[in-house]
Design a protein around this ligand. Structure first.
Ligand code: ADP
Ligand code: ADP
Ligand code: ZN
Length: 214
């Protein structure tokens, strides 16, 4: 099964993707994570995308489709993937459909995670991540059980994303409504769309996704 988690920044895509990985052994592909790794490693692509990511704009379709096609076109690509944060434009969605078709694969479901802007800003500005294992946390909604210690790996170093500030968040939301939200209609027309309430508690969202995938 291949699924897309579609939703604005802070909707809970990464959180739910990690739960699906743990529970169902799916593979998470997050273009945001892949791009951040490229920036950290100072690769050619990393240098090209650093500024636009910091400002909250979208990286070009060419670059993003390039990194995704590198994965899908690998001979050992078996699918069973949760695409987190991809596609984000209609052009990406078209290219994605073609890449999967070439592999004889399909997109089984697109989960739209809907959430209001006020909550999204609150979530994103309080978000932090374990530096060691990547587990996501929130200063109010998902604190580590022991303060300063990662529940998953015991790590004690945490990072806060540069673009998780109110300014960049305005641009990211605008990019979502302008460029990405048309994908709701696109996938509805293809009969693959399911809506979940992203404002619900984390466990409740997980249950709604499980129901949608059944
Ligand atoms: P969020 O938590 O806001 O959903 P991501 O980690 O998915 O953020 O993405 C962070 C940034 O990476 C985006 O603001 C954008 O600059 C870039 N990015 C990630 N995925 C894509 C994509 N599919 N198309 C264009 N830009 C992307
Ligand atoms: P996205 O990947 O869509 O940008 P994340 O999964 O990183 O979003 O979630 C953003 C922040 O909100 C994180 O700090 C996370 O711990 C928290 N969070 C995620 N889902 C929920 C939820 N259902 N209720 C409250 N907080 C949540
Ligand atoms: Zn950890």
């Amino acid at each position: 099964m291949n699924i897309v988690l579609l939703g604005p920044p802070g909707a809970g895509k990464g959180t739910q993707a990690r739960i699906l990985v743990e529970r169902d052994g799916m593979v998470q592909l997050s273009t945001g994570d892949m791009l951040r790794s490229a920036v950290a490693a100072e690769t050619e692509i990393g240098k090209q995308v650093k500024a636009v990511m910091e400002s909250g704009g979208l990286v070009t379709d060419e670059i993003v489709v390039g990194i995704i096609s590198d994965r899908i076109e690998q001979p050992d690509f078996k699918g069973n993937v949760i695409f987190d944060g991809f596609p984000r434009t209609l052009a990406q969605a078209d290219a994605f459909g073609e890449l999967l078709a070439k592999k004889g694969m399909a997109l089984d479901a697109v989960i739209e995670m809907r959430c209001d802007d006020e909550k999204l800003v609150e979530r994103v500005t309080g978000r932090f991540t374990c530096h060691t294992c990547g587990e996501g946390y929130h200063t109010s909604f998902k604190k580590p059980k022991v303060e300063g210690v990662c529940d998953k790996c015991g790590g004690t170093e945490f990072t806060h994303r540069h673009d998780d500030n109110a300014d960049a968040m305005r641009s990211r939301l605008l990019a979502y409504y302008k460029e990405t939200s048309p994908l709701v209609g696109y996938y509805h027309a293809k009969d693959t769309l399911a809506l979940v309430d992203g404002t619900a508690e984390i466990d409740e969202v997980t249950a709604q996704i499980a129901e949608a995938l059944n």
